[in-house]
Design a protein around this ligand. Structure first.
Ligand SMILES: Nc1ncnc2c1ncn2[C@@H]1O[C@H](COP(=O)(O)OP(=O)(O)O)[C@@H](O)[C@H]1O
Ligand SMILES: [Mg+2]
Length: 386
């Protein structure tokens, strides 16, 4: 049965009551429900199991239960989610229980955001306290701002204060996600300095008793940063010292990547109302192509030129899914390698026209030599690479 969710946070003190009707919806109607909604049953079961066991203060689950949830565990009926090494994930979970934040760095599309969402859902039961870093992020987006009408009538008070994710996370003792932190200007990133070291936020506008917000246990920060964006806005050394850095690598095993792409693409298709699934041989062809182009060498060790665009696992999911949808709506559901080639162009050709030449070269030198039916059809469809 679909779970009832409240799409707007009805606890928010400043949400207008007139908006409340019509905001209740079921998980099935949402385009992309948050992890705590999608996996509410798993989290409820794990919380029950964790209730009497030792866990870090303010956490909903034990560190072991967090790990089982994120990686999935067949024996406990927990679906697979993030694919990665257990030892890496153990370090991430431990970092969040310490007095330093967790910084996930890596290439785009390696599931840094997804992992931070799963961790926040498991540890705090809420993955929505998220700050999206950009060149335009301001302190107001991070800490708090004011409702000016209430500020004029009541003065600075809890009622007139409009909380931003950092404020709410500290107040409720929850994890706060800071996405793409290195895209923010340095002085904005440094808003976190005192919060991470002293675990207190000063609110100078308020009178004496409300002046400082002390963080409840359970509060911490998970930040993500793309290694490709680094250098645009480096982090200050002071802020780096307050985070444990962990690198998220692309999936190591080709079989695991294929299984993930197939699972995710089929899930997306089902959510989009397409009652079809992607043939395994096509997933294999696309994942192999992406991996070989990404790594700059074929599975039998031959060197090839790698395009400058990131051909990530997330991109592979998107490409397979678009090809599947195209086949369903325009080709009577009969998915062929040609559909993959069409959408491959959109993944490769982003900003550098030379990337398309590298892919053509790959088709002429690698794809052409593979003799199985699927690869031959893939090669025959190369005309789409115009
Ligand atoms: N190791 C992985 N485990 C699970 N999903 C992955 C993994 N790598 C890539 N993905 C896919 O990528 C998507 C998430 O990408 P995202 O979190 O936005 O990446 P990033 O934030 O690193 O750019 C997932 O929904 C999933 O489809
Ligand atoms: Mg991301």
């Amino acid at each position: 049965m679909a779970k009832k969710v409240s799409a707007l946070n009805s606890e928010s003190p400043n949400s207008g009551s007139s908006m409340k009707s019509g905001i209740e919806s079921t998980a099935g109607e949402l385009q992309r429900p948050a992890a705590e909604i999608l996996y509410a049953d798993e989290l409820r079961r794990l919380a029950k199991e964790s209730a009497t066991l030792p866990k870090p203060p303010g956490w909903q689950l034990t560190p072991q239960a967090v790990l089982d949830f994120v990686l999935g565990c067949e024996a406990k009926g927990l679906g697979p989610k993030f694919v990665g090494r257990r030892s890496f994930l153990e370090r991430c979970v431990v970092s969040l229980a310490t007095n330093r934040g967790l910084m996930l760095i890596g290439e785009p599309g390696t599931a840094k955001s997804y992992l931070s969402e799963l961790l926040a859902a498991a540890i705090s039961g809420d993955s929505t306290l998220t700050i999206q870093g950009s060149a335009g992020t301001t302190e107001d987006n991070i800490r708090y701002s004011w409702n000016y009408a209430l500020l004029v009538s009541d003065g600075p008070s809890e009622r007139s204060l409009v909380p931003a994710p950092l404020y709410t996370g500290m107040k409720l003792g929850k994890l706060v996600r800071f996405e793409e932190i290195t895209r923010c200007p340095l002085e904005i990133q440094d808003v976190l300095l005192s919060v991470l070291s002293d675990r207190v936020m000063s609110i100078p506008e308020m009178d004496a008793e409300g002046k400082s917000l002390f963080a409840r246990s359970g509060f911490n920060i998970i930040a993500t940063a793309n290694t490709r964006d680094r250098g645009v806005n480096e982090m200050s050394a002071a802020l780096k010292r307050r985070f444990n850095f962990e690198t998220v690598h692309p999936i190591a095993e080709i079989r695991e990547e294929m299984a993930l792409v197939s699972r995710e693409a089929n899930r997306h298709l089902a959510r989009a109302g397409v009652p079809a699934s992607i043939p395994d041989d096509l997933t294999e062809i696309l994942v192999t192509t992406f991996r070989e182009l990404r790594q700059g060498k074929t599975i039998d060790g031959k060197g090839i030129e790698s395009p400058s665009t990131v051909l990530s696992t997330a991109e592979a999911v998107g490409t397979v899914c678009a090809a599947g949808m195209h086949a369903y709506y325009f080709s009577g559901g009969n998915m062929k390698p040609g559909h993959l080639v069409q959408y491959l162009i959109g993944s490769v050709l982003k900003d550098n026209p030379d990337d398309l030449n590298k892919v053509r070269h790959y088709f002429d030198n690698v794809v052409k030599r593979r003799k199985t039916g699927g690869w031959q059809d893939f090669y025959e469809a190369r005309g789409e690479l115009q």
